[in-house]
Design a protein around this ligand. Structure first.
Ligand code: NAD
Length: 420
């Protein structure tokens, strides 16, 4: 994600994207202005007692970008470079992501400026509980439902759920998603992003005439999203995983890698690099590998004007957020490479978060098979809808996904009307 120190302000990017789609949809200036304005923003400055008994004041944000379609939904990020504009942009993107898979949610996001790598568990718990109580007036199962993001996890969600519940005087599991199973988390949430990504790859490959069974796959970023996508493509769809990478570098074996064995090796050694039978490959080379399917699952801004023409894959599935720059998109569209944009390709995570929330509210929990079946249905339908818009309007999938999402938000806005 672009940081404040860089020239690109992510919120300016988010607003430019709205303008592009607004032009396609012929939206008037009033609707454009509504779409570009975050509805509600809260900034909180709060003290935390550190382990040495000193106090430090931290700054946190929660932005509820648009709630025309329902309560807002989006993660909480702990990072030294969090800015309000970054949180606004992420909240806007969550609005479109929830709309593209047709969840009854708006979009939100939160962040705390802190360096979790240099904080103890106790400090993180106190920070989380105080931040949760500061934002408690504007969150809740019917208002705004946080989830994990960069450097927050199921433990963070457990602390938020407990803090909120203590204030209410009763347990409110539906206030956050991404919780541990023991507190009302959902089966299948952990692997939902990678699994959802594998489903849309299957659909898109079939439309594009690219084989998945026996087809070759490269994954940049063998972490949560990337390793799960690789395992599901390998186990359930018969794909050959030929190259994977992590922050230390990559490995390739044209005969195919067993993603389970690679994962085990990474757990033991800390990296995929050195996996027996593989040859090293760099993180830039992996993007240009001779494969059928490429999954960027690590960082932003990986596919650029410079390397786009060297990409040999026929399908690119963005498990990561924002891996492709607009100039690269243009090259891919012209070379008939199918791009599955992030707001669709990695929406499996928020989809199963929605299932978690629905289960919490009902107090009735579904078996894993049911979660996965419903996830598959959502991803298959969403891909088909995006593909249809792309064909009808002769645009690439990213624009189509934005058109579909923003049209849904506009429809809700118009049906509700402007109060009073
Ligand atoms: P993760 O930390 O589990 O995995 C990230 C992987 O990328 C790690 O293996 C890491 O070593 C690797 N990596 C880091 N720097 C790299 C580099 N320079 N080159 C290659 N690899 C590098 O994170 P994750 O949860 O899998 O998230 C990955 C991406 O997917 C992020 O963009 C995230 O926003 C997106 N995403 C994840 C989820 C989810 O539910 N996990 C949902 C939506 C989007």
């Amino acid at each position: 994600m672009a940081k404040e120190s860089e020239a690109v302000n992510p919120f300016e990017t988010a607003k430019r994207q709205i303008d592009i789609v607004a032009d396609i949809l012929g939206l008037d200036s009033g609707i454009r202005a509504i779409l570009k304005a975050p509805k509600r923003e809260l900034t909180v400055n709060f003290p935390v007692r550190m382990d040495d008994n000193s106090y430090r004041v931290f700054t946190g944000y929660r932005v509820q970008y648009n709630m025309a379609r329902g309560p807002t939904k989006g993660g909480i990020r702990y990072h030294p470079q969090v800015t309000l504009d970054e949180v606004r942009a992420l909240a806007a993107w969550m609005t479109w992501k929830c709309a593209v898979v047709n969840l009854p949610y708006g979009g939100g996001k939160g962040g705390v400026i802190c360096d979790p790598k240099h904080m103890s568990q106790g400090e993180l718990e106190r920070l989380t509980r105080r931040y949760a109580s500061e934002i408690a007036p504007i969150i809740g199962p019917e208002i705004d439902i946080p989830a994990p993001d960069v450097y927050t996890d199921s433990q963070t969600m457990a602390w938020i759920m407990d803090t909120y519940s203590m204030q209410k005087g009763y347990s409110v599991p539906g206030v956050v998603t991404g919780k541990p199973i023991s507190l009302g988390g959902s089966e299948g949430r952990g692997e939902a992003t990678g699994r959802g990504c594998a489903y849309v790859i299957r659909e898109a490959a079939s439309h594009a005439g690219v084989r998945v069974k026996g087809g070759s796959v490269a994954v940049q970023g063998f972490g949560n999203a990337g390793s799960v996508a690789a395992k599901i493509l390998h186990d359930e769809q018969g794909a050959k995983i030929v190259a994977v990478s992590d922050s230390r570098g990559g490995i390739i074996n044209p005969q195919g890698l067993n993603p389970h064995a690679v994962d085990e090796f990474k757990h033991k050694t800390g990296s995929v690099v050195g996996f027996p039978g593989s040859k090293p490959i760099s993180n830039t080379e992996i993007l240009e590998a001779k494969v059928d399917i490429l999954i960027p699952a690590a960082l932003e801004n990986q596919l650029t004007k410079k390397n786009a023409e060297k990409v040999q894959a026929r399908v690119i599935a963005e498990a990561a957020n924002g891996p492709t720059l607009p100039e690269a998109d243009k090259v891919f569209y012209e070379s008939k490479i199918t791009v599955l944009p992030d707001i669709l390709a990695n929406a499996g995570g928020v989809t199963v978060s929605y299932f978690e929330w629905a289960q919490d509210i009902q107090g009735f929990f579904w078996p894993l098979e049911e979660v996965n079946q419903r996830l598959e249905r959502t991803m298959v339908k969403s891909y088909a809808e995006v593909h249809k818009v792309a064909e009808e309007r002769s645009v690439h999938n990213r624009t189509a996904a934005y058109v579909l999402a923003i049209q849904r938000v506009v429809d809700a806005l118009k049906m509700r009307g402007i109060y009073p």
